[in-house]
Design a binder for this molecule. Sequence first.
Ligand SMILES: [Zn+2]
Length: 343
Amino acid sequence: MSRRDALAAGLRLRTRRLRRRGGILMYHCIAQESVDPWAICVSPQAFDEQMAVLAGARAATDLGDFAGDDAYTRAGARVAVTFDDGYLDNLTTALPILERHAIPATIFVIGNGVGRTREFWWDALQRALLSGPLPEQLDFPFGIGPHTYTLAELPGDPAFVPGWRADFDPAVTPRQQLFRALWDAVVVLEPAEQDDAVDHLLDWAGQPASAPTTRGAVDEAQFARLAEHPLVTIGSHTLDHPSLTDLSPERQAAQIREGRRTVEDLVGRPVTRFSYPYGRFDDTARAAVRDTGIDIACTSVPVPAITGDDRHALPRLQPTDMDGDGFARWLRGNYGLLTATGR
Ligand SMILES: [Zn+2]
């Protein structure tokens, strides 16, 4: 970065700090997980402590407040809670905690995910690749064409290095490199082919084909219990959770439109909130979201929301498995949120 670029970046940061702000949190699973390369799981205990911090600071607000000006304060005192994907533990584990602290949440649900009887492909891929010993050679006849991978592990290489983040840390071990390569190969496949590909990988890895039930999606009855709960607002998360930026504008629009319609049919009322799968979006996806009547849409850009942000591309912060003190320090120290107690 040149000196001038650094100055400009510093100035932008200052400008952001001076503006009114708030935070939108992005959760996925509320579950205890030892293998979690995307850090999408927060343990029930940690989640309870995190919600207690928001409740104690009277910070919790509804995501809808970020569509207007209500959620933005100089002290960054307002924080909204969201969940992506529609995991069953949102109902069984997160909701009782949200109830205890009276915290509203928006849950972005994949249209074809409701009633899905098998785990999502990214969970299956992780189970196949990061659990146990693996054969040295993999034939992978999916996507751009047959491909052979060789896994040259050293004796003693662990299946999963605790704390390794696939999104931030370099892939150092051969297994981490293979995991990243296969993730990149599978994310762009058609939905049915994604399932075939992870079946192939589970079989190759000698892992059972069936998913642990704790890591599943809600079925229709469970979805209905979420949707009718007064603290919950349902949003959409496309029909099949594709990488939107890898699709043509027409297919982007269809995934966004059909995902919303499917969830609306289940909810029985308009669905006006949306989040971008994998946080991936571009101008055409954003325009499709806006044109389909979505009022507020969230990305995964990890910064606080500030006044003037585009409400069809609002940033979100991803809390990890931190206790209450760590969570409060993270919000205050890293993002300037909750700097006033709010009491
Ligand atoms: Zn998602």
